[in-house]
Write a new protein. Structure first.
Length: 394
């Protein structure tokens, strides 16, 4: 475990007087414009804060980390250009990457050019095993759905009820729909309705809402991004929907878009945020120094991605020597090391999915005095998650 001032394993510790000429140039692609910029702000802040911490203590054996950021605008074509620029011009062997659809577009390039991608903020099921050079510090959507539908059906009493699945028409949303429709029957759900909205373009959900109301759904699953889920939820409630709501995004993000009263009572699965000094320090920097509107797992996972990369660099340098700062060597270092101790929540790499283990929780959003309050209703460890029913990945 790591406290707010020290990191084990020799990653940090040499003072500036002992610096070498080494510089570790890493890349990042995330939205720096468009309506998804606020998510990019959260992701970039986590990465930058981690780099600042490492560099302030002398870097990695004296070598400082330098970050080059490219705006992918949450668009696949732009993401391809952004990664190509990082590889061809900036010569980075590793890049922190975000969003499901954009990363799916980037994976073939990373594999061909042997550049590591560390997924800091996307949960699309298609990303798992999409390439040999992509690793994940965020759980995938399949894991979220397995615990979410388990809790909603067994814990909330929606087993065998009528479910509507509403989703963003992109890689992430389609994976939610496809997997959810094969998982819900395991809980006796045989009456399902599903439909989607166009990614990034929908603001009027009333035609979709009318279909849900006509279907008489007992529960809905919202499988889009925070803004889309929030607006759809608002229009559902305005139409008189009184059933249970399960969202792919959490309370604070929903609240930001439509206010806490609209998001009240919405359930969601989320990575459990540990209560330790490093997280408290990160939260303070995000909210009070960076002045960002919220603190979420988007920042935590981005922060942890840097420490994972730094451990891999240190491990590769010690074990391989020579020309170790390459995508192929860093990929091998991540696989060989397996256990990552400097993360805010230390985790173990699952070689089958190339995902670092995380503890997850089911939460419900409460509105108290106009403020957002998250209430954890159940925590799922890895062994419990592995025992849950599974759907099919299409």
């Amino acid at each position: 475990m790591v406290d707010s001032g020290n990191v084990r394993g020799g990653l940090i510790g040499l003072g500036r007087s002992a610096l070498s000429a080494d510089e570790y140039k890493l890349g990042m692609t995330c939205p720096r414009s468009t309506d998804q910029k606020f998510i990019g702000d959260l992701q970039l802040a986590g990465v930058e804060i981690a780099i600042e911490e490492i560099n302030s203590k002398g870097g990695i054996d004296g070598g400082l980390i330098k970050l080059v950021v490219e705006d992918h605008q949450a668009k696949p074509a732009t993401a391809v250009t952004a990664l190509q620029k990082l590889i061809n011009v900036d010569k980075v062997p590793l890049a922190f990457t975000t969003y499901s659809t954009t990363q799916l577009a980037q994976v073939p390039i990373a594999d061909r050019r042997q550049v590591v991608m560390v997924n800091t903020g996307a949960s699309g099921a298609e990303l798992v095993n999409s390439g040999k050079y992509i690793f994940h510090v965020q759980p995938n959507s399949i894991t979220y759905l397995r615990i979410a539908f388990n809790y909603m059906c067994e814990g909330v009493g929606l087993k065998g009820k009528r479910w509507a699945i509403l989703y963003n028409n992109d890689a992430m949303g389609r994976s939610f729909n496809n997997y959810g429709r094969t998982l819900l029957p395991k809980y006796g759900v045989n009456q399902m309705f599903s439909d989607n909205w166009e990614a990034g373009a929908a603001t009027d959900y009333r035609p979709l809402v009318a279909k849900v109301m006509d279907f008489k759904a007992d529960a809905i699953f919202l499988g889009g991004y925070a803004k889309e889920n929030a607006l759809c939820l608002k229009q559902l409630k305005e139409a008189g929907f009184t059933g249970k709501a399960l969202s792919a995004w959490g309370g604070d993000l929903l609240s930001k878009e439509v206010g806490p009263s609209t998001a009240e009572g919405v359930y969601y699965a989320e990575q459990l945020i540990p209560d330790n000094e490093r997280i408290k320090t990160l939260k303070d920097k995000i909210l009070n120094i960076r002045k960002l509107p919220m603190f979420s797992t988007q920042s935590i996972n981005a922060y942890d991605a840097v420490y994972l990369a730094a451990e891999a660099i240190k491990y590769g340098k010690d074990k391989y020597g020579g020309d170790f700062f390459t995508g192929e060597k860093l990929r091998q270092a991540i696989i060989d090391k397996k256990q990552f101790n400097t993360l805010s929540t230390p985790g173990t790499l699952d070689p089958e999915t190339q995902t670092v283990s995380r503890e997850l929780a089911m939460k419900v959003f409460k509105e108290k005095g106009g403020k957002a309050v998250e209430e954890t209703v159940k925590v799922y460890g890895s062994s419990e998650i592995n025992a849950l029913p599974e759907g099919k990945v299409k």
